[in-house]
Structures are given as C-alpha cells and as structure tokens.
Ligand binder design. Sequence first.
Ligand code: SF4
Length: 201
Amino acid sequence: MFLNIHRFLSVTKAEGPGKRACLWVQGCPIRCIGCAVPETWDENGGQKVSVEELAERILNGPDVEGVTFLGGEPFAQAKPLAALGRLMKNAGLSVVTFTGYVLEEIQKSTTKEWHELVSVSDLLIDGPYRRELADFSRPWVGSFNKRFHFLTPRYQALKTEIMAMPNRLEIRFTPNGLVLVNGMASSTILDELFDYSLVRE
Ligand code: SF4
C-alpha cells in the first residue's frame, strides 16, 4: 500500500504533543481560502512511498512519542494512513491526525477507511482553515474554528493544559542553503522573520 506524500520529518516539536515524526500528505480537495500550503493541493504532485517504508523510517528514526498526519488532507488517503497509524499504535506510539473536514461529517460518512483513520487517532484536530477566524493563540492551529478531539485517554491531560501551550515555529537550514519552516505562526510574524531588510539592520 502506498501513500502520496508531500514531506516527511523524522522528528519535530512543532506539530503536536512532544517529539513526533510528521507526515504531510499530498493532495487536498478542500482548498480553503488562505491555506498556508497550497503546494500540497495537487494530488498528482508529491512522492509515492510505501506504508512499510514509512513505518520503518519512523520506528528506526529518532526517539519520538508519536506521529502526526497532516496535509494536504489526510482523509483523502485514509486507507494507507489508517494502516500506518495501526502499525504505529501497535508499536506504542501515539497518532495525531489533522483534517479540514469536521468530525461529525466523518462520523456520518459511509467511507469505511475514514472510520478506520479516526479509530487509530488519539487526537483529531478538525475543521477547515477559515481566514476570517485566524487565531494563533492555541498550539498547532491557525484558526479559531479548529477543534481538538481527544478520542482516547492518551492526551486527555492536555484538555486543561492546551491554552497554556505555546505555538511553535521550527526553522531548519539545509547544507544547500534552503530554509525549511514548519509549525504555526501568523503571516505578520513570518513576514518579519523573512524580511531581509529587517535581518540586515
Ligand atoms: S484543509 Fe488544510 S491543506 Fe487543505 S486547503 Fe484547508 S488548510 Fe489547506
């Protein structure tokens, strides 16, 4: 079974609780206005990687407490993601899944794979990005309508702690001069951070 992926990080502290591997899938049919990652929309882009290879990369990689699935739209590739999630859960790791759909929509769906992906998720963060509700006060999300669904006991403690947790931005510099960013911050902060005139002052 294969996944079409946009990006994989073997460890990050900016995409869910603790240290996590993170998988951005390629392809999103939702297409929110103001989406920060429109380059993930095209389902024909990305790179095909087998579920087994990704599981190996995560389990043999840096020490992490879980894996985060985001996109793109994870529910557009629910079957292979549910299979990967199941392998992670069997290995004792946690699963955090982001989606632009809302949980009620997923629960009503007749698509079996959608239910399988929910069933392996400890924490589901749902809802489309809504530019008019932009809000970066909560961790990992960028609009106020996004909801945190604690579906298993694994992260129940975060229910009361979540508002005190910071949003994070991670910036990596590659040897060939690329700057790679992940995490969540307002466009104002990003503009200031990457404004070379400010950097030179
Ligand atoms: S669901 Fe996520 S990836 Fe898809 S358009 Fe909305 S914000 Fe972008």
